[in-house]
Every structure is written in C-alpha cells, then in structure tokens.
Design a protein around this ligand. Structure first.
Ligand code: GMT
Length: 379
C-alpha cells in the first residue's frame, strides 16, 4: 500500500507514535509518505520505502498567522495525486483532520478518486484543545467526515463521545512500543555517572506542560530523597521548565536532579532507571510510561485517563489520585526499600509492555487500512 502519514514532527507522543508506525509499515514493505512541516524526530534512519514531504508555509507581510492548514491541505493534495496514495492516516485531530477533509474534497473534484482518511485521536486534541469553543465545530465535523476514527485507549474513546457529537464508530487501537529496542541491559559506566554511589534512580519524561504536573514529580522525589540516597532524571523540555528548576532549588534537591533536555536515546536512559514517575492530570494513554515498562522500569502514576489501562495497580506499578503526592511518595519509598518486590514488579512491567509490542499492533492497523483501500467515488 501507499500510505500518507500526517503528524506533528516533534517529541510529543502522537508524533512519536505516528513515526514509529510509519517506520514499521515501511519495514513491512508499504510505501510510506510523511507529510509534516519538519523531519519527524524519530525519522532518523534511511529506508527506501520512506518518503518525506515538507509542508512549506510561505510568509507574507499581511499574514500575522501564516495559513498552515491551507499549506498542509495543498501538500496533501500534491502527494496524494503525484504519488498515487491509497490512503491518508492523520494523527492528532487539530488541524490534521480538517486539512485532510479539504484535501479529500479537492482530490475528488480533480480526479474523481475518494481517498480514504483515517483519523487517530491522541489525547489533548480531544480532552483539552479540541473541546475549546474556538475549535470544537471544526473538530466535530472533520472527525465525523473521516472514513475511520481510532482512539489510543478506551478512555479516550469514551471522552470523545462525551465531548463531541460523533455519530460514527471509534475503534480503539492501543499505542505500541518496540520491546526489542527498549529491553536493553544498563550501560554500567553510564549508571555510574548518573548514580556514582549506587543511588536509586527515578525518572520522568515529558514535554513539561502543566498537564504533566512535573512539580508533583519533584515533590515526590524530595520526599524519597529524605528517606534514601537517590537521583532524579528529568527528560524533555517545555513551558514549565523554569518553574521546575526553581522548585528543585527551593526544595534543596538541586544536587540530585539532572535536567537532560530532549533525548532520542531513551532506551539507554531508561535502562539505568528504577522508577518512572508520571503524575499527570490526564493521559489518554501514557506512551512514555509504556516505553519505561518495556525497559523494565516500574511506573508510579496517577489513575487519570487511560493510565489504568496499561499500568496495573500493585503489579506493574502503582496508581494514585491526581495530586496525591503523599500516596505516590509512599509507594516509591516502600518499593525502593524492597529489592525483591522491585525485581518482581520490573518483570511484570516488562510482561505488560510485551502485550503492547509493535508486532501485535501493526497488523491491526494493516487490517484497518485494507478495509478502506482503493475506495471509489461511489463507495
Ligand atoms: O499531550 C502530550 O503529552 C502530547 C500528546 C501528543 O499527542 O503528542 O500526547 C498524547 O498522545 C500520546 C500518544 O498517543 C499519549 O500517549 C499521551 O497520553 C497523550 N497525552 C495526553 O493525553 C495528555
């Protein structure tokens, strides 16, 4: 098949998932065309089946807001027609689903072909941004106009029906992880640099937005640090970082916290970690937590959104209510004191990640695609 993939090219979960999906489809022999405004961060290797089409948004003195969606739809039209795509798979509804709708209509008018559009909902496109009155009518319309809609968890599917008047079926296709990539032995000299005296290592990775509650990460770590020698790795970057740096200083844990910034080699960093903290206000799924589990790292998270669909209480990790830093701190302290329990939970976390291995999920997408392949105008 010739598949167009539209996503955000950044470190966000939807972009990571879409890029890994495209790479896996290319490995299966499909021709994959990425249409984005920048090379996706995880698109870091050559593959003869992968093509990248940059969306250029020319500026003009009149434009305070350059019309990205128009440029994106035009690029989609160009790629669909000139590369004879079989379907378009867009990730994150805003503005990808509405741009795809526009491209679909133009292609239909120009060629008579009805290009199938599949929209995958990822999270904040529904729960935060999409709900906003500024976007809601367009989001509702373009989701309904998609030929197929998928959501990355049951919780996100439920939230979508609650917040939008969607009259089509939404299929849950869970996010996935390449277990082979993340199941790595720790690099001993690296662990020595991070934790020179054998300290326990806690980790958090996100885009440092408010919804991630990174301040709770630091508060939990400070409680752990009072009880035992420990280090905290903070991976990623975003708007909350200056406030978090300040909090680290205020709580007096600056000697034990490392800000690593945006990182591509997450598997090496996770391999030297013991506990992954994800105290988010909401997560549709929590791809970062799944990657941690694949690296045998125990996850302590909130029970918000779809997190309880992957993190199982007292088995693969621990869950608490949003903001309950006392409970999450206690879970971490008790676990870090109990080597036997830690070993059992690490293994359980890994086994749970295997259920979401890439090899189990890619065929589900391929089956979905084959349902829509080569639709005609009358279908
Ligand atoms: O909000 C983010 O953290 C980024 C966002 C995205 O779409 O880039 O992540 C969402 O999609 C991920 C991949 O499906 C999910 O694993 C995240 O849970 C989800 N984030 C939220 O729901 C807050």
């Amino acid at each position: 098949m010739r598949i167009g993939i539209v996503c955000y090219p950044t470190f966000g979960g939807s972009g990571v998932l879409a890029t890994e999906l495209g790479k896996a489809l290319a490995d299966e022999g499909h021709q994959v065309h990425f249409i984005t405004y920048q090379q996706p961060v995880r698109l870091n290797e050559f593959n003869a089946n992968i093509f990248y089409h940059e969306v250029r948004v020319p500026t003009y003195p009149l434009f305070d807001y350059p019309p990205y969606e128009v440029a994106l739809a035009s690029t989609m039209v160009d790629v669909i027609i000139n590369h004879d795509l079989d379907l378009l798979h867009v990730h994150y509804a805003i503005p990808h689903a509405s741009a795809a709708y526009m491209a679909k209509q133009i292609v239909k008018q120009k060629t008579g072909r009805n290009i199938p559009v599949i929209t995958t909902l990822h999270g904040t496109d529904i729960t935060l941004v999409g709900k906003d009155k500024t976007y809601e009518p367009v989001v509702t319309f373009s989701i309904n106009e998609s030929d197929a809609i998928t959501a990355v968890s049951q919780n996100l599917k439920d939230e979508t029906y609650k917040s939008f008047a969607i009259h089509k079926d939404i299929e849950v296709i869970y996010n996935f992880v390449d277990v082979t990539r993340f199941n790595k032995k720790p690099i001993a000299p690296f662990r020595k640099v991070i934790a020179p005296n054998g300290e326990k290592v806690l980790i958090h990775a996100s885009n440092f937005r408010k919804v991630k509650r990174v301040d709770d990460v630091v508060t939990i770590f400070a409680a752990v640090r009072k009880e035992m020698p420990a280090k905290l790795l903070l991976v990623g970057d975003g708007p909350e970082r200056p406030a978090i740096e300040e909090l680290v200083r205020v709580l007096g844990v600056d000697d034990d916290v490392r800000f690593l910034g945006k990182q591509e080699q997450m598997e090496d960093i996770l391999a030297v970690s013991d506990v992954f903290l994800l105290p988010s206000e909401y997560e549709s799924f929590g791809l970062a937590a799944l990657e941690a589990m694949a690296a045998r790292v125990v996850v302590i998270s909130t029970n918000a959104g779809g997190l309880s669909e992957i993190n199982i209480q007292n088995k693969t990790g621990f869950l608490a209510d949003v903001g309950d830093v006392a409970a999450m701190s206690k879970f971490a302290i008790d676990l870090l004191h109990d080597d036997a329990k830690m070993a059992t939970m690490k293994e359980a976390a890994y086994q749970q990640a295997v259920r979401f291995d890439i090899t189990n999920i890619i065929p589900i997408y391929e089956k979905l695609y084959s349902r829509f392949c080569r639709m005609t105008l009358n279908e």
